[in-house]
Design a binder for this molecule. Structure first.
Ligand code: ISE
Length: 335
């Protein structure tokens, strides 16, 4: 039997996920759509041909025609829709960030624990990327010995005018904040943010590029360059320096052409393509989790720790100082 999905947010990623569910994945069908922009919802409903438009997101969440919810609306709306889904006892896949502050994520954790069963999966898709999985396996198998340092890069060719300094952390860097913690199985203890010389391609409200320096519980040091107007393409890099060797995130496969005394290869400008397989796998895992009643993907606790890290990084952005993290004990429920 197909799981009937209600989608909130019919923008770029919401539409992609809807087509993925209907056309490529097994076990789900999008039956309801809500978007703050009704025209958007109508357009997607027409294109999909399987879903009706709900004007009220809460009506969609509580509809008996829906078994599970996909929250792909803007970050600040996530808390409300995830909490409403938990209150309705519905499984919910929430795009990152789980919520835009640690306080909001804490409310979600409390509601889920009170419900007594995992209902929420967070869209940290990098965990499903085959390159990241190979990197994790090399670390777990002690192939490079003790991890000492990590160098990460997160570059977008350009971002819209609405993209401001804080969003560089809460919308983009949040992926590294989750992925690095997942790779190392360690929490962070401190963060420092360095605002680099500003590119001429940025605007007044976005300081670009920036560098984050993180330290983990065992003393691993991580530097992350995040640059949102790099011009040349979407580029994610990660190098792990160990006591016995170095492991690098594989580059996406791309044809190399030699011509006119030049050697070149394409770099995709669009972030949606870089992790396209990972998106498929994460959503399939969500559908499988709903049908077996056992959600296994990134949890609300992962969403909470990433939001906590985001909050500390934003504080560090403003203060310019080294900011500390508070110690967190993972509740039994999420272990
Ligand atoms: C975008 O919103 C994403 O989620 C991408 O994964 C990220 O890499 C990009 O920087 C964000 O703008």
């Amino acid at each position: 039997m197909n799981i009937k999905i209600g989608l909130i947010g019919a923008g770029m990623i919401g539409s992609d996920h809807a087509f993925r569910i209907n056309d490529s994945l097994k076990g789900g069908i999008v039956k309801a759509i809500n978007d703050i922009n009704k025209e958007n919802a109508k357009r997607l409903s027409k294109e999909l041909g399987s879903a009706k438009v709900f004007e009220d997101p809460h009506e969609l969440i509580n509809s008996p025609e829906i078994n599970a919810v996909l929250v792909c609306s803007t970050g600040p709306t996530h808390e409300e829709f995830v909490l409403a889904s938990i209150a309705a006892g519905k499984y919910v896949f929430c795009e990152k960030p789980l919520a835009t502050s640690a306080i909001a994520c804490k409310k979600i954790i409390e509601a889920e624990m009170k419900f007594g069963k995992r209902l929420v999966q967070v869209g940290f898709m990098r965990r499903y990327d085959s390159g990241y999985q190979k990197l994790k396996k090399a670390i777990d198998d002690y192939k490079i010995g003790d991890v000492l340092i990590m160098h990460c890069v997160h570059r977008n060719s350009s971002v819209p005018e609405s993209y401001v300094t804080e969003m560089a952390v809460s919308d983009s860097l949040v992926h590294e904040l989750d992925a690095v913690r997942w790779l190392l199985k360690e929490d962070y203890v401190s963060a420092q943010m360095i605002l680099a010389k500003k590119t001429k391609y940025s605007h007044e409200k976005l300081h670009d590029p920036q560098i984050l320096l993180l330290e983990t519980e065992s003393g691993v040091r991580i530097d992350i360059e995040f640059f949102h107007n790099c011009q040349y393409g979407y580029d994610i890099q990660c190098e792990v320096v160990g006591s016995d060797g170095i492991a690098r995130l594989p580059e996406p496969e791309s044809l190399v052409i030699r011509k006119n005394a030049k050697k070149f290869t394409k770099i995709d400008p669009d972030w949606k393509n870089r992790f396209i397989d990972a998106y498929d796998i994460e959503l399939q895992e969500f559908l499988d989790g709903v049908s077996t009643g056992n959600i296994k993907g990134p949890s609300s606790w992962d969403g909470y720790t990433a939001a906590m890290a985001s909050d500390v990084c934003i504080k560090a952005q403003k203060s310019g100082a080294i900011e500390s993290f508070s110690i967190m004990q993972t509740p039994e429920f999420y272990k």
